[in-house]
Write a protein that binds this ligand. Structure first.
Ligand SMILES: O=C(O)[C@]1(O)C=C(c2cccc(Sc3ccccc3)c2)[C@@H](O)[C@H](O)C1
Length: 142
């Protein structure tokens, strides 16, 4: 589970857009859900594009089966992050707390969505749960 820029500040401002849960709370709940369904989950957050890219590269050599990622603003800007995800060829789900399609025009394009297994947005913290369940389902079918 990778979270991108500013998501470390969740729960502090704009609860109407991003909800009240902090990232720590979201990660804690997700780890509990993962354990309950037999998935090993590694949660990381960085504000740095290069760090997210390095972690995507690391996933290839550490036998990661699926990536869940909320890329934050890098969703709308980062061809480099797209290239990293495409390059490692590990299936991933793009997650957004907010419904990016109901927001500013610049948030409505994703450089990642067309190469993702799927995109979940607009369900707040519950979207992370949905993504984990979807990943489990995908893995059980492969
Ligand atoms: O909805 C999301 O999860 C999203 O990925 C998250 C974003 C985002 C943007 C700024 C801050 C934060 S997290 C936050 C929220 C409130 C106060 C401080 C930080 C997330 C946006 O950049 C994206 O367009 C959409």
């Amino acid at each position: 589970m990778l979270n991108g820029p500013n998501l470390n500040l969740l729960g502090t401002r704009e609860p109407d857009v991003y909800g009240h849960a902090t990232l720590d709370q979201i990660e804690h709940q997700l780890r509990e859900q993962a354990e309950a369904i037999g998935i090993t989950l590694d949660c990381r957050q960085s504000n740095a594009e290069h760090q997210l890219i390095d972690w995507v590269h690391e996933a290839r050599t550490t036998h990661v089966d699926f990536i869940l990622i909320n890329p934050g603003a890098y969703t709308h800007t980062s061809i480099a992050l797209r290239d990293a995800l495409a390059g490692v060829a590990i299936p991933f789900i793009e997650i957004h707390l907010s419904n990016i399609h109901a927001r500013e025009a610049f948030r409505q394009h994703s450089y990642l969505a067309d190469i993702a297994t799927g995109v979940i947005c607009g369900f707040g913290a519950q979207g992370y749960d949905f993504a984990l369940q979807a990943a489990k389902q995908q893995l059980s079918q492969s």
